[in-house]
Design a protein around this ligand. Structure first.
Ligand code: F6R
Length: 264
């Protein structure tokens, strides 16, 4: 893996700080490729969307096209999807995954799972429970890839006032999006927050924290506060990424200098 400028063990997991994002993407892609190879190609991966993993997916596609990395026997489960949303909508995470990864690798379509933003309201709970059962049936997640929201969310598990043990054990479910999340998503919806869906389906904290390894990425100064609170603050439902403290031995943080600037 490209060497980070700094590495340390923190209360929230192993922390790698890179001077620039490019080697960070390479290192993250290496960890995913290694997970797949270690499992003889049969890995089950939890994937994220958003601006953070775009470059990483480009590199993973290169690992496939030039390095012979096969996804034929890999299963993927995405963290979240807006609700309601059609998979044909340019802002759906289903389309994002198709454009940035699935169409560029050899993953069979029936192994690439994204929560369905078209299920009727009455079927949401059953669909979310089924998604978790599919993951279990696939042997559980070998690696969960995460970004972090400016408000400290992971997936769309938003800040709450629940007791931390409850907030860290939430099931996959429909969630109202936090105002900060909607403001940040507005850039994808023509700059208009009113066009951002009010809800999303999200993998719950319970399933995320159950993954056998967790790789969380953050770049840029806008993430610095959330990163510092998650890594150096107390475990708090106000900062869902702080739940990573509870599973620290299996967590890897890869962040750039800008995202590290609020760490003490
Ligand atoms: C996306 C997801 C979110 C994002 C987070 C950061 O699937 O689950 O938690 O990882 O909102 O988003 P970006 O990368 O756009 O800053």
């Amino acid at each position: 893996m490209p060497a980070p400028a700094q590495s340390s063990t923190t209360a929230a997991g192993q922390l790698f700080i890179f001077d620039h994002p490019e080697p960070l993407w390479e290192a993250a892609a290496d960890q995913i490729a290694q997970t797949i190879r270690r499992q003889q190609g049969r890995a089950t991966l939890g994937l994220a969307t958003g601006s953070t993993p775009r470059a990483l997916y480009r590199i993973l596609a290169r690992h496939h096209q030039e390095g012979g990395l096969s996804f034929q026997n890999v299963s993927t489960y995405n963290l979240d999807e807006y609700y309601p949303i059609s998979p044909l909508d340019p802002n759906s995470y289903r389309l994002y995954m198709h454009q940035h990864l699935f169409s560029k690798i050899d993953i069979p379509p029936n192994r690439a799972h994204v929560l369905d933003g078209t299920v009727p309201e009455s079927a949401v709970e059953a669909h979310c429970a089924e998604f978790e059962r599919w993951i279990e049936h696939d042997g559980g997640l070998d690696l969960q890839l995460l970004g972090i929201g400016r408000n400290g969310h992971i997936g769309f598990n938003e800040p709450s006032n629940l007791p931390p043990d409850q907030a860290a054990a939430l099931p996959t479910r429909k969630m109202p999006l936090h105002p900060v999340t909607r403001a940040d998503a507005a850039r994808d919806f023509g700059g208009n927050e009113a066009h951002v869906p009010a809800f999303a389906l999200t993998l719950g904290t319970r399933a995320i924290l159950s993954a056998r390894a967790i790789l969380i990425l953050a770049t840029g100064p806008s993430k610095a506060e959330a990163v510092a609170k998650a890594i150096q603050g107390p475990v708090s439902s106000q900062v869902p990424a702080s739940f990573l403290h509870t599973v620290a031995p299996k967590v890897t943080w890869m962040i750039d200098r800008a995202a590290a600037q609020a760490l003490r």
